[in-house]
Design a protein around this ligand. Structure first.
Ligand code: ADP
Length: 919
């Protein structure tokens, strides 16, 4: 049957026979040791091991039977070259593999179980059994190596030949203690058609701490994999239904299973296929029989790799999600900032903000379309939309949305919060579109709120049931806020503009009013005032012309006193046909009814109410404000416009102010004229009076002088000696007469001053002489009151030029007052010169003069004690005359005083009085 058969050499044949003998002998040894293990186990009472030992015995029997069959006498031909021919090897390996693996596997399990019983016969028996099983394997290896060398001499590097038992167990560290105590985690699926293999593997892995599931074949494995998650699959290569490679390929083709690592379980001869499997995506392979250490190492490594891969996958997934989130929020932020920019730019243009907003809503929230609706306090109306189907849009435009639960937007207004309806078909309250077929499913409506007030709603909709995400809802709420900001901006801007305009207008009004009142207050020229008023009235009322009429009560005619913007023809027209009381024109009506009267359009009014020349000049609208005094009609203010139209209330109010100002100006002017007339009359009267007093005083002086003269003569005894007793009476007549003369002189002086007839007689004088004259005249008075009287006259005073008599009169008056008001102490006169002036002072130790009186006492008739019961006499004219005299000399007079200590009247006199003397 084989080409090798005929080539067989005798030496090969001998070797073949030897090998056969060795195989039979080793199988025999295995059988003996297996029985021995059983016996020893029973002897040690280890019934717990019986099941495994039975399996070993059964496998031994199976092995023996197969060896007998395969290499019995009748099949010697297969040993033709050196060892087995390749076909025979295949058969042998296949046939013997299963029982041998079972023997070795269960043997190792026993070894592990009995590790603590070292040195006992049972343990020794198990060791023998294991070593015999190993020997058989070594023998197979040897045979295979031999046959390969024979068939390809020199071609193969011995090291490269994969050993049947691929890894040499003895090279790996055996660490049974660790293996039994280290608890591993992971769920492993064992796929093997051989029950012993499954059993051995699962027991070993369970012992190592793994969770284990088993499948008896390829299909069962695929079923199990779809039902549960596994961390690792141990997959037998050769299986009757679907073989391992195909299961592996199907797993790799399945996205869900692709990542589950697979370790192939291979028989010693299947190394090539195992490599195939690794190429197809298996992680590794494990040769049968299993070496426990190798098994643990490979599974551990594989699971560790899987864990890392899982972690990596998880990390990647999270990274992906995170990146997606970031991208989304970046998109949202970009949109938000773009929107803010537009809001900032478009203070005037709300529409473009809304248009951009709906566009972003659709783009960023993956909605089919978007609406913006404004709420007017009653209904919501469409103001912007994007992608809305035409019939839907038309419907919304025709059916403004009312607050209520029937629509998303209406509900948002009602509830004042975001409304999210995942599917309107599942929302029995949603009725808005009625019978109109709309593809709407998921609806999101966000109210635009300023405080509690709803300004509108932003709504986005989807044509499928796909609820919006939290981040989309948040974004929409941000958009709603921004819409509110935009609306607010526009509102504030408009408000500010309106205010600014109002303010500008008020400023203009105030300016005009200021101008008018300034004119009224500062100008007595009525024409100027009225011209200012009418000009301002026309400008501020935005009219084309105006007039102020003043009523002449006597004639009943309204005289146009001032006009603005009216041409000569009109003015001439007024002159030709004056407006008058009772003529039923608007001026007449306004003044009689005492209210403002306006005509919005003369074309639609009674023409007789308007003066012909006004009609001719093309004026269309006019406004008349009556000028009213407290009890009479003063006149009227009229403004006229070529454009028809009502006059606003504000204009009427403003013109009323102007009217009041005009009345004031007209009345002021009247009063001013009256006052002027009165004062002229008064002046004349006063002149007459002064003249009369001056004449009178003069006339009184002559008889008085005669009386005094005769009294003097009588005293001197010129008319005979008089009785002694009459002398004191005569003296009293004389002194009273002198007093009266003084009084008359004073009155005369004052009236001269008032009549502007007071004059100085300038001549050279010596100040010292004046002082001494006064001293002589008043000494006795001071002595009577027991007052000290002192004078101080500086040496070498120059002569002055002035009215000596009048200056004496002044000093006499000051000294007289000093003595009159001082009850104890001293009166002192000082005369000196400084800086080209004479300095003259009269000091006393009297009561002093209160500060507020110190200037007033120089006024006519002014006395500190003005009562009738005052202690000291006097007219209150002395100081007034004194000041007049001093000032006529070009000097000044004043008083310094300390209450309770005394007063000092001081004079400064130029040494030379100005010639002529000023009045
Ligand atoms: P009369 O005739 O009242 O003195 P005068 O014009 O001379 O009029 O003085 C006005 C007033 O000034 C006096 O009534 C007095 O009240 C006050 N007065 C003037 N001189 C003195 C003084 N030396 N001491 C106090 N009061 C004085």
């Amino acid at each position: 049957m084989s080409t090798h058969e005929t080539d067989a050499k005798p030496s090969d044949r001998i070797q073949g026979a030897n090998t056969r003998e060795q195989v039979l002998a080793t199988v025999g040894r295995i059988s003996v040791h297996a029985k021995n293990v059983h016996i020893e186990a029973m002897r040690h009472g280890r019934h717990d091991l019986e099941l495994d030992i039975d399996r070993i015995l059964a496998a031994t029997r199976d092995l023996t039977d197969r060896v007998e069959q395969l290499i019995g006498a009748g099949t010697q031909a297969i040993w033709s070259i050196g060892g087995l021919n390749p076909a025979a090897q295949q058969a042998l390996r296949h046939e013997l593999r299963t029982p041998l693996n079972a023997i070795k596997g269960y043997g190792e399990m026993l070894q592990e179980d009995l590790a603590s019983l070292t040195g006992t016969p049972l343990q020794a028996a198990v060791e023998h059994l294991a070593s015999a099983a190993n020997d058989l394997l070594t023998l197979f290896d040897h045979m295979v190596a031999l046959s390969v060398r024979k068939s390809h001499p020199g071609a193969i590097d011995e090291e490269a030949i994969p050993p049947v038992v691929s890894d040499k167990p003895q090279r790996l560290p055996r660490d049974r203690d660790t293996s039994s105590t280290t608890v591993q985690s992971g769920t492993i699926l064992i796929v093997d058609d051989n029950e012993a293999n499954r059993d051995l593997l699962s027991r070993r892995l369970t012992r190592n701490g793994y969770r284990v599931s088993m499948a008896v074949g390829g299909q069962a494995a695929l079923d199990a994999l779809t039902e549960a998650d596994f961390d690792l699959v141990l997959l037998d290569l050769m299986m009757p239904d679907i073989n391992g490679l195909e299961v592996l390929q199907r797993m790799k083709a399945d996205v869900r299973l692709r990542m589950v690592p697979v370790i192939m379980i291979t028989a010693s001869a299947e190394t090539d296929s195992a490599i195939h499997c690794i190429e197809a995506g298996a992680e590794d392979y494990l040769p049968k029989p299993f070496d426990p250490v190798l098994l643990r190492a490979r599974i551990g490594a594989c699971l560790e790799k899987k864990r890392w891969r899982d972690r990596e996958q998880d990390y990647l997934r999270r990274l992906e999600a995170h990146t997606k989130d970031l991208q989304e929020s970046l998109k949202q932020q970009t949109a938000t900032s773009e929107l803010l920019k537009v809001i900032g730019r478009s203070i005037f243009d709300l529409r473009s903000v809304f248009n951009l907003l709906v566009e972003y809503c659709v783009k960023l929230c993956e909605s089919e379309h978007a609406f913006i609706l404004r709420f007017d306090g009653r209904v919501l109306r469409l103001v912007a939309d994007h992608n809305v189907l035409p019939d839907m849009k038309a419907y919304v435009e025709r059916h403004p949305i009312t607050p209520g639960r029937g629509s998303g937007a209406g509900r948002a207004v009602l509830e004042r919060c975001t409304i999210h309806i995942p599917d309107i078909r599942n929302d029995p309250e949603y009725t808005y579109y009625g019978t109109l077929a709309v593809p709407l499913r998921t609806v999101l409506s966000v109210p635009m709120l300023r405080g509690d007030e709803v300004l509108g709603v932003i709504a986005i909709n989807r044509h499928e049931v796909r609820p919006f995400t939290d981040s989309q809802i948040t974004l929409m709420e941000t958009f709603a806020d921004q819409a509110v900001i935009a609306i607010e901006n526009v509102r504030l801007f408009e408000e500010v503009q309106a205010r600014t305009q109002e303010l500008a207008h008020s400023v203009a009004e105030l300016k005009a009013l200021g101008e008018v009142s300034q004119a009224v207050n500062s100008t007595i020229d009525l024409e100027t005032v009225l011209a200012t008023i009418v000009a301002n009235a026309v400008q501020l009322s935005d009219t084309d012309g105006g007039s102020i009429y003043v009523l002449h009560e006597a004639s009943g005619e309204f005289e146009p006193r001032s006009t603005y913007g009216m041409d000569e023809a009109v003015i001439a027209g007024f002159k030709a046909k004056p407006i008058r009381i009772g003529d039923k024109t608007v001026v007449d009506q306004a003044t009689v009814q005492r209210v403002a009267v306006q005509i919005a359009d003369v074309h639609h009014d009674d023409a007789s109410r308007v003066h012909d020349s006004i009609l001719r000049a093309g004026f269309r609208a006019l406004l008349t404000i009556p000028l009213l005094g407290a009890d009479r009609i003063v006149g009227a203010l009229v403004v006229r416009r070529k454009r028809p139209g009502e006059f606003p209330k504000k204009t009427i109010e403003l013109l009323q102010t102007f009217a009041a100002q005009s009345v004031l100006a007209i009345q002021n002017a009247r009063l001013f004229h009256e006052i002027e007339k009165k004062s002229r009359e008064l002046e004349i009267a006063s002149q007459h009076q002064s003249q009369f007093v001056a004449n009178m005083s003069h006339e009184l002086r002559t008889p008085l002088a005669a009386m005094l003269g005769y009294a003097e003569l009588l005293q001197e005894g010129i008319y005979d000696a008089l009785p002694k007793k009459s002398l004191p009476i005569l003296r009293r007549i004389e002194s009273n007469g002198k007093h009266l003369l003084g009084l008359i002189n004073t009155v005369l002086d004052i009236s001269k001053i008032e009549a502007g007839q007071f004059q100085l007689n300038l001549a050279e004088y010596a100040l010292g002489t004046i002082v001494e004259t006064v001293l002589v005249a008043t000494e006795s008075l001071a002595a009577t009151k027991k007052l000290a009287f002192n004078i101080e006259i500086a040496k070498g005073l120059p002569y002055g030029i002035g009215d000596e008599q009048r200056l004496t009169q002044v000093l006499l008056n000051l000294v007289g007052n000093a003595i009159k008001f001082t009850d104890a102490g001293e009166v002192r006169i000082a005369a000196g010169a400084a800086n080209g002036h004479f300095e003259l002072s009269v000091s006393d130790t009297g009561p002093g003069i209160p500060p507020e009186e110190r200037e007033r006492i120089f006024e006519k008739f002014r006395q500190v004690d003005g009562s009738n019961t005052r202690a000291k006499g006097g007219t209150g004219l002395g100081l007034a005359i004194a000041r007049e005299i001093v000032e006529m000399h070009g000097g000044r007079i004043w008083v310094e005083s300390t209450m309770g200590q005394g007063s000092t009247f001081r004079m400064e006199l130029p040494m030379r009085a100005a010639t002529g003397g000023a009045t």
